[in-house]
Design a protein around this ligand. Structure first.
Ligand code: NI
Length: 195
């Protein structure tokens, strides 16, 4: 087991565009993925990108059982996704609270596409292709943003809904009902944070 330290916002490495993986099923790639899972579990995250542990490759992992996280958040299958591509299947977006292991202790209300298809490879180079909605779609979009150097604060449409999780919890804003969105179709889904 090897838990690695997670880079935090402000570290310029988090802003870089990561390189595609060229060789699959190598010992180095297996070690990287294992370290990512060890780190994500130890930090109780829902996902992690390789660059968050300082490796500038297009590798993300995500997934958890619904009962391992607070709230009644849907399960997302444990997935390793390498060289991923995401396509929205409609223009519909939804707002929900997100967090990030690289922005510890904070949450923001982020719009994401509701329904996407994603395609990539597993660690052996086999194709993974899925159509997903809701929280699964959100996690993939959040993690894949890391590969292009984008942290979720850059996606925030309204900085009113960005702050420290303890304060947001105390004020009740994270469990408030309807929150504003630019798009009429955009409705908040739930108050569960994504880490
Ligand atoms: Ni993140």
């Amino acid at each position: 087991m090897s838990v690695r330290s997670v880079l935090r916002m402000g570290d310029p490495r988090l802003l870089q565009v990561c390189e595609p993986v060229a060789a699959f099923n190598t010992p180095e790639l297996h070690t990287l993925v294992r370290d990512m899972f060890d780190t994500m579990r130890e930090q109780r995250g829902a996902g992690l990108a390789a660059i968050q542990i300082g490796v500038a490759l297009r590798v993300v992992i995500f997934g958890f059982e619904s009962d391992t996280r607070a709230g009644d958040c849907e399960s997302v299958p444990e997935t390793i996704l390498i060289n991923p591509q995401i396509k929205p299947l409609s223009t519909q977006q939804e707002l929900a609270w997100e967090g990030c292991l690289s922005v510890p202790g904070m949450r923001g209300l982020v719009p994401r596409y509701s329904h996407v298809t994603y395609r990539g490879f597993d660690v052996r180079g086999d194709v993974i292709e899925r159509q997903v909605r809701g929280f699964h779609a959100r996690v993939v979009q959040h993690e894949c943003d890391h590969l292009d150097g984008i942290l979720y604060p850059r996606r925030l449409p309204d900085l009113t809904y960005f702050g420290f999780v303890e304060e947001l919890d105390a004020s009740g804003v994270m469990t408030a009902g309807v929150l504003p969105c630019e798009d009429d179709r955009c409705q908040p889904t739930r108050a569960d944070p994504l880490r």
